[in-house]
Each structure stands twice: as C-alpha cells, then as structure tokens.
Write a protein that binds this ligand. Structure first.
Ligand code: 13P
Length: 253
C-alpha cells in the first residue's frame, strides 16, 4: 500500500530554536503514525542535522532538504549537493517546488537532472508540479501538469518510480488561503495517476504517493486527504504551528 504522507515545508521561516521547539511539540502526533504513514520535515539546510538528531530512533518521521543542486560537486559556491545531503543523513529532497521554478528559473530538464542525482545517491525526491492561475482559468491544467511530469520523470525506470512521491501544488492555492476543493484535487490527482499508469502500468501508478499542497490546514486536511487519489499533503504556512500541523498529521488516512 502506498504511503500517506504529511510533509511540512518550512520554506525560509523559523529560527533554529523555534524549529527545534516545533519538532519537539509534534512528537506526540508523529508517535501515533503507523506503517503506511509518514511525516517529513523539509527544513532550511542549516537545521537538517539538528532536526535529524531530534528524530533519532523515531519511526515514520523523516527530514527533507527543500532543494539540491544539479551537479555532483565542484566550484558552485553557495550550492548544496545530494552527496552533502546524504552525508548528513537527509532522507528526502523537495525537487521543483513552484517557488524554485519561478524565482530561480528551474526548468523541467534541470529538475530531471536533480531527480537522477537524488536517486543515484539514495535520497527520495518529492517532485512538485502544478499550474498557475492562468493555466487553470484556460482549463489546460491537466496537459500542463502532464508535461511537467513527463519531462522530468518519464526517463526513469519502473523500478525507480515505484514508491515515488509527487506533490501536486496549484500555484494559485499556495499561500493564498484559496484551497483547491477536494473534488478539484481528486480530479487532477486521478489524472496524474492515469498518466503514470499509461507510462508505467497500474502497479507502479498505484504505488506512487501523490500529495496535495496549497493552503492545507487543520480545518480542511481531513476532507482533502479522504479523496482516494490524495495521499496526504505538502504543507507550508500551517506546518509552522504545532497545533495545526499535529491535526494535519492526524488527518492522514
Ligand atoms: P501553503 O500551505 O502555505 O499554501 O504552501 C504550500 C506549499 O508551497 C508547500 O510546499
């Protein structure tokens, strides 16, 4: 059975003290997770080791980097490689968040390179896709997201895609308080799964966790996560508050 995941994306927020307090406050909720559930904390690079240490010995709870570079090593001042991330015990890496695509011009091709490096070094990518408001208004969101997925992931083998994690995050719902309805989320998640099934067969498609992201909060998580093709969420703002994110974790199927 594919994993149901509550992933926190802190983005560029919180001090280390605030972050450590938050993770500690969430230990009770993460302690209730079962074998088919997980919580992931995508924290700023400098906090990865600290958060990893807090989580030592805990089950079903992991740390993620919010990005990585698309080269193995070398003279790339200020960048962080997958090898560095692996060496400090990072579990997951968010690849292709819309903020990276928009502010740092990350293309589907560059993201494909990052995905390959993550896999080569044994890190689990959380691959983000999702359309802007103009695309949604034009009604072409399915083909837009399909291209993002095909251009960054469809060179992978079935084995590499088995158990993979994708996050569908419509840009118009990120940080806007405007959530996709659970029906809108289900519709495009089912479409994404059908694209994966066409390329790789049902078994692979059914093994892939497809998270929803965009203004998920305690008040709407249960309804959104209850949809058959929604396997949890990638959460920004609401993941910065212990009571909110604890309720989101407890909303996993
Ligand atoms: P919000 O939950 O703040 O809308 O952010 C979603 C997101 O971008 C998570 O990666």
């Amino acid at each position: 059975m594919r994993k149901q995941i509550a992933a926190a994306n802190w983005k560029m927020n919180l001090t280390i003290q605030q972050g450590e307090t938050l993770v500690n406050e969430l230990m009770e909720a993460t302690g209730e997770l079962n074998e088919t559930q997980a919580t992931v904390f995508a924290v700023p690079f400098p906090y990865l080791v600290n958060v990893k240490n807090i989580l030592a010995g805990k089950s079903h709870v992991f740390v993620a980097a919010q990005n990585c570079y698309n080269k193995v090593s070398g003279a790339f001042t200020g960048e962080v490689s997958v090898e560095i991330l692996k060496s400090i015990g990072t579990d997951y890496v968010i690849v292709g968040h819309s903020e990276r695509r928009e502010y740092f011009n990350e293309s589907n091709q560059v993201l494909a390179e990052k995905i390959d490096l993550c896999i080569e070094y044994g890190l689990k990518p959380i691959f983000c896709c999702g359309e802007a408001l103009e695309v949604r208004e034009a009604g072409t969101q399915n083909s837009f997201v399909e291209s993002q997925i095909k251009e960054s992931l469809f060179h992978l083998t079935a084995e590499q895609l088995t158990g993979f994690v994708i996050a569908y995050e419509p840009i118009w719902a990120i940080g806007t308080g405007k959530t996709a309805t659970s029906a809108q989320a289900q519709e495009i998640h089912a479409y994404i799964r059908s694209v994966l099934a066409q390329g790789y067969g049902n078994e692979v498609a059914e093994s892939i966790s497809i998270l929803y992201g965009g203004s998920v909060k305690a008040a709407n998580a249960k309804e959104i996560f209850s949809q058959p093709d929604v396997d949890g969420g990638l959460v920004g703002g609401a993941s910065l508050m212990a009571t909110e994110f604890a309720a989101i974790i407890r909303s996993l199927k």
